[in-house]
Design a protein around this ligand. Structure first.
Ligand SMILES: [Zn+2]
Length: 169
């Protein structure tokens, strides 16, 4: 099932999501639906709050279907190591059309559980590093615009309010 993507302005995006404690078929269905919804929205990462579900689940595929092995399911993820810095354009499915330069660690290790509840670690560079911190941030109610200048953030918020008023958001 393809869920619509929740856009910035919805409070679900800015509150911490609840930990997953039950690893059942319902969770695996949610993960499948999240991949489907992410691909439909042309994204490389999606967190459950972005489909209105405040649970600590995220999916990533930085290859966008090229490599089935690249599909990553993160349940209850934590960032356990970061190094380096890399400034690059970043966007978010919940803030369509906007992109800003954001400085992130260039190498990130996350510890998470998979859909069966097994704990694993994943380390990524560049785009994967960025996706790991971006999606884990979502589960803490944190959006990338919190890392840009207040001036740029206010500009985005103003544009979003205008689009909302026009019924375009
Ligand atoms: Zn995002």
């Amino acid at each position: 099932m393809i869920y619509p993507i929740v856009k910035f302005g919805d409070p679900v995006l800015e509150k911490p999501a609840a930990p997953i404690t039950v690893f059942d078929d319902e969770l695996r269905k949610l993960v499948d639906d999240m991949f489907e919804s992410m691909y439909a929205a042309h994204g490389v990462g999606l967190a459950a709050p972005q489909i209105g579900i405040s649970k600590r689940v995220a999916v990533i595929d930085v290859t966008f279907k090229e490599d089935p092995e690249a599909k990553i399911v993160l349940v209850n993820p934590e960032i356990i190591h970061t190094e380096g810095r890399l400034t690059s354009n970043e966007g978010c499915l919940s803030l369509p059309e906007f992109r800003e330069k954001v400085t992130r660690p260039s190498k990130v290790t996350a510890r998470a559980q998979n859909a069966e509840g097994k704990t694993f670690e994943v380390t990524g560079d560049d785009l994967l590093a960025r996706a790991l911190v971006h999606e884990t941030d979502h589960l803490n109610g944190n959006l990338y615009i919190n890392y840009i200048s207040a001036l740029k953030r206010d500009l985005i918020k103003r544009k979003v309010r205008k689009l909302m008023k026009e019924g375009e958001w």
